[in-house]
Each structure stands twice: as C-alpha cells, then as structure tokens.
Design a binder for this molecule. Sequence first.
Ligand SMILES: C[S@@+](CC[C@H](N)C(=O)[O-])C[C@H]1O[C@@H](n2cnc3c(N)ncnc32)[C@H](O)[C@@H]1O
Length: 257
Amino acid sequence: MSQPEATSEACTVVPATAGAWPIAQRIAGQLSCRVARHAEEVISPVALFVDHDDLWLQKRSSEQVSPVRVDFASPGLQHRRKSGQNELLGRAVGVKGDVRPSVLDATAGLGRDAYVLADLGCSVTLIERSPVLAFMLEQALERASISAIASVQLACSRMQLQPGDSRNYNTSKETVIYLDPMFTERRGSAAVKKDLSVLQALHGSLENEDEQLLAWAMSQPVRRVVVKRPLKSPALDLRKPSHTIKGKAVRFDVYAL
Ligand SMILES: C[S@@+](CC[C@H](N)C(=O)[O-])C[C@H]1O[C@@H](n2cnc3c(N)ncnc32)[C@H](O)[C@@H]1O
C-alpha cells in the first residue's frame, strides 16, 4: 500500500473552540494541511473544523454553509437503514439469502455506502485516497466502536480502513469491488448534493482517473465489480455491464468476472 497522497491546498484545519487550537495544530501537522486560528483567515475551498470530540468539513462559500460529518450513527444513515433503501446496493454486490460477500469499497468517501454494506452483514475494506477523508473515517470508526447503538457497533466492527490509492492495492480476501467515482452530474436529495459538493471542493485539484480505476478493478481476482452511476449516464469507460440494477436517481452497473 502506498502512503496517502500529499494534501493539496484544498483544506485548512481550524479549531472550533479556542481550547481546540493545540488539537488543530496536531491534526494539521498529521495531514500536512494549513492551520488557521479563525474561520475568517481560511483561503482554501474547504475548512476542517476540529474540537475535542467532533470534527466536520465546511465549504467556504456563501450559499453552502452546512457542515459535513462522517457519523455512522447519524439520523440520516439510521433512516436509510430502516427505509430499506439499501436493498439495491446489497443486491448489486450479491447479498442474497445467507450470502454476504466480502467487499472492497475502493472509493470510500464519507463511508456511507460502505456502512450500508456492513450493516447488511458484508465485511468491507474501505480505501480512501484523500488524507482528510481517511482521517475523518478513522475517527468515525473509533467513535462507532463505543456507540450506544448496538447495530452501529456491529456494522463498524465489519469495516476496515486502508488510507491510500486503491490502484496500489492487491485484493486477496475480497470477492467484490465497489466503485462510486466522483461524477459531477448527481441527482438526488439536496443533502446528498451538498455533501458531494464539499467532496468535490476538497478534490478540486485531483485528476479524475475513473477509467484507470475501473481498469484496475477489472484486473483483480474478484467475482464482480459494481459501479454506481447516475441513472442516465453512459457506462464508465463505455464498458457494457453484465447487468444493471436501477434505482430512482442512480443505477449500479454490475460486471461479473
Ligand atoms: C463520490 S465519493 C464516494 C462516496 C461514498 N460512496 C459514500 O457513500 O460516501 C468518491 C471518493 O472516491 C475517492 N477516490 C477516487 N479515486 C480513488 C482512488 N484511486 N483510490 C482511493 N480513493 C479514491 C475520492 O477521494 C472520493 O472521496
């Protein structure tokens, strides 16, 4: 596994309270990010606010002010769990009867799809190349391990984080690779768009290498590769899937290998 790539100028660490300044300095050093004492001093597109027991991303723009957290016990994820919205993703990776595949989520992001799969009973390896997001995932998994919600603890015990670029990873135990690349043309709820717009600001300077990611996934010794796509977009790299599972806003292209 390679080390995570150097953080760009995209993010500045800011203490959420005056007492959190030493924490902000430590995290900024760890992530090779700039640090600022106050939000007004931030010139990067995104700020990572840190406090003693909390951290969140915030985009620096007037119309986008809501914070984005990685929180596996959040009401949003717990609602998604109860509403059965996870069924399509589960079917796409091959959850059926007693079968629970071991999944490599090669584009972990905020870890939501990975959590859904783990909650369905899959063991999930999460790979994330952004050091900031990998750090947020690590912290969220730590908090989840002592969550008061038993299902959150259980799901997160099935999740393993690997910071770095997936293309440097050789699969061994996983049987399915899941890709949710950073496509711009997202539909869905305002909340989903808001979160992804923060991710896009964070990744602004990174190259889009989705086709390479697919080529890497197809070269791995797994049974299937699943790619999340906007409902009406062409298949990634125009590669025809074996079959497709359609939702209201997105679809899953399944490549059986
Ligand atoms: C759209 S987000 C994924 C969202 C995720 N499915 C969720 O439920 O939160 C895509 C993520 O993939 C990551 N990514 C893109 N290419 C990658 C690579 N080669 N290796 C690891 N992570 C990658 C990006 O940093 C970004 O955070």
